[in-house]
Design a protein around this ligand. Structure first.
Ligand code: XMP
Length: 518
């Protein structure tokens, strides 16, 4: 693989994705990994990510043996902090000036014959975020770009195959960033762009067959993209040795259960067990209004139903091979984040199908562990899953249960389901599905306001629309969506949904608000 060394900023994942967009397989390693260990993996190239704004910053992460990394003969591309590290390690000069350059900056390419910049404009827009500046490149390096403030903004050493840029080529605002990255990969490092999601399917199918053998596996389907694609992939590998379990907790949106029962089965031919657990969840949630308590109850009930389903699957075919494997739709960002995520505050207890307890005693099958969300979608399409499943926006495991502020009852769920269906229908009709990351529709069940309809007074509940734009749900902004679409949704909801007499728009970013209301 191409290794992306993560110096602790949020850029490493983005770089890894950009490399894959260039059809080259990449993986992220923390900067605390010994260099010998990185080299032992025979990387085709190594990319050093951004990190703190300066190599002189107190506690700035260093490699245990940077010199060894730069002299091993492996092509290296340093970006931002990685660029400074390359410069200082190899004898260049980085001035501890404290001068700062942030945001969009003009970059002047100074050499036409550059490996990195060939075919790109002499002046281009790049994204900077650094304190100190490199004033002299290490010996043997050609300086190939500068900015108004930085004399050495890029350097290259074709002989040693070492390259560096002071800016962030991976972000969208660097207009020719992807081209520069591809130049490094193809021209600098001589890598062929051959990695595709098609390869992933073949590789994973073989790996799953090897892992599971003739035993049986089960998979919890949530209706979401990840579990659906994971299940489809495993189904392709082991066919009827897989049983999927779908727990209908009654907190799904309109049409979702049918989508899993019909569309998913039609597309994959998977063996599916649907458990109707609506009553069970409703009675467990009766009288509960506190969000964390709701989440815990839903998580707990889910596990119980799942365990029961598992026991039934075994009881139905006791002579078959044992059920030893559990399929989960874990994605690469989860893997990367759980590797480094210590000491983060618990904002909400996320409930996932993946949140099954460890004492279930299964071996895990996680065929999406290497993939990013957009890659998972591509794999899903290639496996023949319909767009309605593959392009679905995120929906929380606890479902509409955490979109009713107040007690969850069947009547309230029905009402919210109607309002949500209208909003989704209009957003889709307006062509906004891709632009909007997701749009929770929330019922304020404990709030009433006075309205007038026909000639009469009403005293109904408000519905909140929460359209957000986001890259990864960690941060989000409220979507500035067209007034006409908002107007249509509002009119339809207040006309068509009983007991709702007001529609309001949530104009809070995250932070401080979270995406969901509970
Ligand atoms: P918040 O509300 O924390 O949501 O800003 C971030 C993203 O996570 C989704 N979400 C969940 N997903 N189980 C899930 O699988 C959960 O318990 C859960 N809670 C929130 C939310 O929809 C958003 O995309």
């Amino acid at each position: 693989p191409v290794l992306v060394v993560d110096f602790g900023a949020q850029y490493a994942q983005l770089i890894a994705r950009r490399v894959r967009e260039a059809r080259v397989y990449s993986e992220i390693v923390p900067s605390t990994t010994p260099v010998a260990e990185m080299l032992a993996r025979n990387p085709k190239a190594i990319i050093l990510s951004g990190g703190p704004s300066s190599v002189y910053e107190e506690g700035a992460p260093l490699l245990d043996d940077a010199r060894a990394l730069f002299t091993a003969g492996v092509p290296v591309f340093g970006m931002c902090y990685g660029f400074q590290l390359m410069a200082t390690t190899l004898g260049g000069t980085v001035d501890n000036t404290g001068a700062r350059e942030y945001g969009r900056t003009a970059l002047y390419v100074s050499k036409a014959s550059s490996t990195l910049f060939e075919g790109t404009p002499a002046e281009q827009s790049v994204w900077m975020s650094h304190g100190d500046a490199c004033s002299a490149a290490p010996e043997g390096f050609a300086v190939t770009a500068s900015t108004d403030l930085v004399p050495v903004a890029a350097f290259e050493n074709d002989e040693k195959r070492l390259y560096g840029v002071q800016y962030h080529p991976e972000v969208m605002h660097s207009t020719h960033g992807q081209q520069v990255l591809e130049h490094f990969l193809y021209r600098g490092a001589g890598i062929e762009p051959t990695w595709t999601t098609g390869n992933v399917i073949e590789e994973q199918v073989a790996a799953i067959r090897e892992q599971v053998g003739s035993k049986r596996a089960i998979c919890g389907l949530s209706g979401g993209v990840d579990s659906a694609v994971a299940a489809a992939l495993v189904q392709k590998a082991i066919g009827s040795q897989l049983t999927c379990v779908y727990v209908d907790h009654g907190l799904m949106r309109k049409g979702e259960t049918e989508q899993v029962e019909k569309d998913f089965v039609a597309a994959t031919g998977v063996r599916l067990k649907v458990v109707d657990a609506q009553e069970r969840f409703l009675s467990a949630l009766a009288g509960v209004t506190e969000p964390e308590e709701k989440r815990k109850i839903i998580g707990r009930e889910f596990i119980r139903v799942f365990e029961q389903a598992q026991a039934e699957i075994v009881a139905e075919a006791p002579d078959d091979q044992p059920v030893e494997f559990l399929v989960q739709g874990t994605l690469y960002p989860d893997v990367v984040e759980s590797g480094g995520g210590t000491g983060t505050a618990n904002i909400k207890s996320h409930h996932n199908v993946g949140g099954l307890p460890e004492d279930l005693e299964f071996e895990l099958v996680e065929p999406l562990r290497q993939l990013f969300k957009d890659e998972v979608r591509m794999v899903g399409s290639e496996l023949g899953l319909p767009d309605e499943i593959v392009q679905r926006q995120p929906f929380p495991g606890p479902g509409l249960g955490i979109r009713i502020v107040g007690e969850v009852t069947r009547e309230r769920l029905d009402l919210l389901r109607e309002a949500d269906a209208i909003a989704r229908e209009e957003l889709t009709a307006a062509g906004l599905d891709r632009e909007i990351w997701q749009c929770p529709v929330v019922l304020l069940a404990d709030v009433r306001s006075v309205g007038v309809q026909g000639d009469g007074r009403t005293y109904g509940h408000p519905i909140v629309l929460r359209p957000v734009s986001s890259e990864d749900a960690m941060t989000a902004d409220w979507t500035r969506m067209p007034y006409e679409v908002l107007a249509r949704i509002s009119t339809r909801i207040t006309n068509e949904v009983r007991d709702v007499n007001r529609v309001v728009l949530d104009v809070t970013s995250k932070p401080p608000g979270t995406i969901e209301w509970e």
